[in-house]
Design a protein around this ligand. Sequence first.
Ligand code: CMP
Ligand code: CMP
Length: 247
Amino acid sequence: MFSALDDKEKAIVVDAMEVDYNKKGDVIIKQGLQGEKLFVIGSGTLKCYKLFSGNTEETFLKTFQPGEAFGELALLYNAPRAATIIADEDCTLYGLDRDTFNHIVKDAAAKKREKYEKFLENVKILSTMDAYERSKLSDAFKEETFQPGEFIIKEGEEGNQLYLIEEGETIATKVLVPGEAPKEVMQYKLGDYFGERALLKNEPRAANVVAKTVCTVVSMDRHSFKRLLGPIEELLKRNLSIYEQFK
Ligand code: CMP
Ligand code: CMP
């Protein structure tokens, strides 16, 4: 959410934040009401529930952890609160008012979410995540462009990013026989991902990934990966088995 801000803008946001101590059980946000603030969690966890239309009972959606932000949707889209958020423990929150948010954060964050919305709908590996979970990935994305032949990942190096292809094609190459040149083992196109293995297994990069055409990729770091891709971590782990044939 705040990744697009420069240092000066970050300082303004931090100055504007007000600390807010809450007890377990406090309702911080109530679905359907107007929203005036977004919150960043300093300590404690909170639970998020939503009443879907046609239902009589709320559905539990997720637990928010320290370091995460919530309550941004009402400010981004000028809409009523889309869910209810209740403190699951005593917690410390940092609230940011609508005015500061509108002036400093909103445009950059909304633009980034809108920019990647269509792209993310077409990324197959993410199809089991809901639209809200997917939109939050955009906040963490860093975009880069590579020229044909440029290395995006080098076999044997330490790896801290997962990549998704937004445009263009890449190939993976790997040393299959020690002492021989690396061989092509995989091709990637729009919507494919790579670089997940080092993050899942805490091992060095197991292959090279090289741009085949001019290509634009978005990456997210290890921290965002853990925080945002929890819902598909098991799926990513299962998919690692496709590399077994190249051992
Ligand atoms: P807001 O609508 O302002 O207030 C409720 C918050 O719940 C919302 O912003 C999001 O930060 C958060 N939330 C978490 N999961 C969802 C979801 N699936 N749909 C809508 N809001 C969600
Ligand atoms: P990682 O090891 O982080 O970095 C290189 C990436 O290449 C790897 O994650 C996979 O996403 C991808 N890759 C493609 N083919 C292979 C393969 N045969 N073995 C390992 N990784 C592969």
